[in-house]
Design a protein around this ligand. Structure first.
Ligand code: KIV
Length: 277
């Protein structure tokens, strides 16, 4: 590993990862991982593990609030979660996801919402869905870095008719054009969700800023997963998507701990003198 590689994945604590560090990682061909986070403890754990970018996704709608889609979650619900992650992460760049309805009306609305995220949640960048040239230009024009998100964009799931791969066949050209639009408008990175691996590879080769794949194959510059999916914390809510790899079974571990606690209380084994003042 070169020195610069070490600086993205395990650099000095307290030196915040910047969008420029991600750009440099792309230039030297270093891949990296992004995770969602919605609270201070996971932010701390992921940050300590060297994850350079944490996304407080609007997927909090499903994974925190228990909604069926991402559509109902609001700016007022997300901002406290973003603030908690910012408090927990000393090094990672924290991205706040603009929820459905908070940026589509006009570039002015997009700037207003982004400014709220930056002022009230103190995150370091925002993310929005769609190749929205005007909104991306307006937000970056206000000094706020923007991560774009194209392909399958969950806020438009009713328009897409469900969770469907985007950019297949003739639609590939449109997807590539959208990626260029995001880059030209000033996005510092582009999330590619549920798109054919070959198209993701082409986009990654063509645009100078990092691509972050989720269900987009192995050739993007970075990969993102929802942490509860990756760590086996998801219970209910339908099948886990095919693009997810589960690295742990935290739901089972937690359930074991809860059963042990409940049993010990019932049997009078907890608390003991050690836990008593
Ligand atoms: O909201 C989210 O978690 C996301 C990622 C899955 C990219 O948009």
């Amino acid at each position: 590993m070169s020195d610069t590689v070490a600086s993205l994945y395990g650099g000095p604590a307290g030196k915040r990862v910047r969008t420029r560090d991600l750009q440099l990682a792309k230039e030297r061909g270093e891949k990296w991982a992004m995770l969602t986070s919605y609270d201070q403890y996971t932010a701390r754990i992921f940050d300590d593990a060297g994850i350079p970018v944490l996304l407080v996704g609007d997927s909090a709608a499903n994974n925190v609030f228990g909604y069926e889609t991402t559509l109902p979650v609001t700016v007022d619900q997300l901002i406290p979660l973003v603030r908690a992650v910012v408090h927990g992460a000393k090094r990672a760049l924290v991205v706040g996801d603009l929820p459905f309805g908070s940026y589509e009306e006009s570039p002015a609305q997009a700037v207003r919402t982004s400014v709220r995220f930056m002022k009230e949640a103190m995150c370091h960048a925002v993310k929005l869905e769609g190749a929205r040239r005007d909104a991306i230009q307006a937000i970056t024009g206000a000094g706020i870095p923007v991560m774009a998100h194209i392909g399958f964009t969950p806020q438009s799931e009713h328009l897409f008719g469900g969770y469907r791969v985007q950019g297949r066949g003739e639609d590939a050209k449109l997807l590539v054009e959208q990626a260029h639009t995001c880059y030209e408008a000033g996005a510092f990175a582009v999330v590619l969700e549920m798109v054919p691996g070959e198209v993701a590879k082409q986009i990654t080769e063509e645009i100078p800023v990092p691509t972050i794949g989720i269900g987009a194959g192995p050739d993007t510059d970075a990969q993102v997963l929802v942490w509860q999916d990756m760590a086996g914390m998801r219970v209910g809510g339908g099948p886990v998507p095919r693009f997810v790899k589960r690295y742990a079974n935290l739901a089972e571990e937690l359930s074991k701990a809860v059963h042990a606690f409940a049993d010990e209380v019932r049997d009078g084994q907890f608390p003991t003198q050690d836990h008593t003042f």
